[in-house]
Write a protein that binds this ligand. Structure first.
Ligand SMILES: [Zn+2]
Length: 370
């Protein structure tokens, strides 16, 4: 994938892939055998594929008349068969829409209390443990409003249950793809917006470099949580959900910032080879990877802000100084950039953003000349 034009998916609904649990893999085989789900042919050419980004060896859609019933944050049924999948791993607006459209959804009580507590700076970890264990000990209930998803973005989603897909990766892992129609609520556009390049990462979360030289750095909110291994199994699952929600909330701040300040967003193509890798990451990294891969591009699409993904390569080892441009790994000293030829010094994440802006400008000029 080396195209640099923004992905044109203007009128496509949003698709989010959530991983299914290994224990449900045999159920997928049964659903296929029974014809509850049927193979969905995909075009050879990715550009012609409305499911861009969904990497799979085989995709299945629901047979006519089959609709998923969501019964929990990790649980849904298809034609009465139970499937476990991490349904809470959605952007806040999509998760809220899923819960609101699911009268059978049950969630643990007080998870929002544990979440708020864990984000407070001076909280006693024993208090967080107590709320988590109590929350895990009680039977889940139907909630009036979804928990853990404070509405921070001007996005409104509706869930399209009939467009639910299943897919299996080349590595044999199963994902449930949930589909949403998302609209952007901010009108008119904020003024004074410009091109913004993003260095997407984990530490720091994101560095945003504006074409006028301004830099905004986003960090993760620290959590106070008890050691996962010391919790009951049920509380461990809630622990993971809190960590995920925390990462999501931090990541969505970046999206909110871009809505206000960006006319165009430029980022590196992500080099995470496929989604199977997600299994080795912990919940917080899950949230950030889900955000970088799926939530951010689709939120920008809803807001009609073009996103350009440029090929990675030397973005953080090339000197961004106009008259120098010296490329050397020796320019990098951890998070510092010090050019060995001209001495230009700054943060390495800022260098990556500056180089992305320049490369985008060059690409744009080339397109104009054609
Ligand atoms: Zn230099």
């Amino acid at each position: 994938m080396t195209h640099t034009a923004p992905q044109s998916r203007r009128n496509e609904p949003d698709h989010y892939d959530v991983p299914a649990h290994h224990g449900s893999y045999p159920t997928f085989a049964l659903l296929i055998e029974q014809g509850v789900v049927v193979p969905l042919p995909r075009p050879e050419d990715e550009r012609a594929d409305p499911l861009k980004g969904v990497r799979s060896a085989q995709t299945y859609r629901l047979a006519p008349g089959v609709l998923p019933v969501v019964t929990g944050d990790r649980h849904l049924t298809l034609a009465g068969q139970s499937i476990q999948a991490d349904l809470y791993r959605l952007p806040a607006h999509a998760y809220a829409a899923l819960v609101e459209a699911s009268p059978d959804h049950r969630a643990p009580l007080c998870l929002d209390v544990a979440f708020t507590l864990a984000r407070e700076p001076d909280v006693n970890v024993c208090d967080v443990r107590l709320v988590l264990e109590q929350s895990a000990a009680h039977a889940p209930r139907h909630l009036d409003a979804p928990h853990l998803v404070p509405s921070t973005l001007p996005l409104k989603s509706s869930w399209l249950p009939e467009d639910t897909l299943l897919h299996m990766t080349p590595g044999g892992h199963w994902f449930v793809t949930l589909t949403f129609r998302t609209t952007w609520l901010t009108r008119p556009l904020p003024t004074e917006r410009g091109r913004v390049a993003l260095d997407l990462g984990l530490f720091p979360l994101t560095t945003a470099v504006h074409e006028d030289g301004r830099v905004q750095v986003f960090h993760s909110t620290p959590l106070t949580l008890p050691d996962r291994a010391g919790l009951s199994r049920a509380a461990q699952l809630l622990h993971d959900q809190i960590v995920y929600a925390n990462g999501r909330q931090d990541a969505e701040q970046v999206t909110g910032y871009l809505f206000m300040h960006a006319s165009t967003v430029i980022a590196e193509q992500l080099r995470i080879p496929n989604m199977d890798r997600g299994y080795v990451h912990r919940s917080r990294d899950h949230a950030l990877l889900d955000h970088h891969h799926a939530a951010l591009p689709q939120a920008l699409n809803a807001a009609r802000i073009p996103l350009y993904r440029l090929p990675a390569g030397y973005t953080s080892t090339e000197c961004p100084h106009d008259t120098c441009r010296h490329v050397s790994p020796a320019n990098r000293h951890g998070s510092r950039f010090i050019c060995v030829r001209c001495g230009f010094t700054t943060d390495a994440h800022v260098v990556a953003g500056m180089n992305l802006l320049r490369r985008h400008e060059r690409t744009a000029r080339r397109h104009v000349r054609r």
